[in-house]
Design a binder for this molecule. Sequence first.
Ligand code: SF4
Ligand code: ZN
Length: 290
Amino acid sequence: MRLCRKCFAESIEEKTRATIAKYRMFSHDDRIAVAVSGGKDSVSLLHVLAKIEERYPKAELVAVTVDEGIKGYRDEALRIAAENCKELGVEHRIVTFRRLFGRTFDQMVERVRGCDVVNLTPCAYCGVLRRKALNAAARNVGADKLVTGHTLDDETQTILLNIFHGDVLRLAKEKPVTDMVHAKLVRRVKPFCEIPERETALYAFVKSVRFQGSPCPYAGEALRNDARAILNGLEEEHPGIMFSIFKSIERIRPALEVMAKKEGLKECAECGEPTTDNVCRTCQMRKQIG
Ligand code: SF4
Ligand code: ZN
């Protein structure tokens, strides 16, 4: 069945609303921090949530953007994120790597390239730092939940990656809405987890939403690209297979949660953030990078 632009946009809003209800993602009076990078998924999500929020006058949205300090890339994304927030009347906060960690990401990459101690791709350490920055930003704005634009494609890629890495129990934690495990850790929510990326892109297109199209110059986590190619190929041949993979993990998640060691969280001896070790991964990485 073909849908007109308006009906297609409404169908995405309705699907998102249904996902939110199914996983009980929010309370009616939540202050919700939306991680807006400026890319199509996060910007579409902001528009969808702004629409849904109209029915919940006690709920509040605040957009948070991480400025890693990636020259020629993040500057444009920041502008686009700000424009979308202004259009929707959503408060916008920016948190920078330079302020949080003392250096821009470009400077960190430069240092890592100059030494052979850190054997990680830029995305591997950027991911850890971004996660920490987003949590800090959400906490600073007093958010009850931190929402990210992970789509069905992202979720199934992560499933495959964890299997490739032999780390399947990690999936116990990758839930559509995380548990409250520590007072300093804002619960993370993924309202697009059942929506394919091509639909979030089409939503942005039909709503004439501006988003950043150019990729990050450091993007290219080899294994994730392989997982994406495998899944896209399978989906092309067998439509709906990504959703089946996602649902399979949802079905066995309770068993995974029982099997996964219940790790008690403590506070990092150096920065005070929640961690399972004495010193969190961010602080360990910062020491390595120097
Ligand atoms: Fe960071 Fe990688 Fe994302 Fe670039 S693509 S912002 S390096 S995680
Ligand atoms: Zn730390």
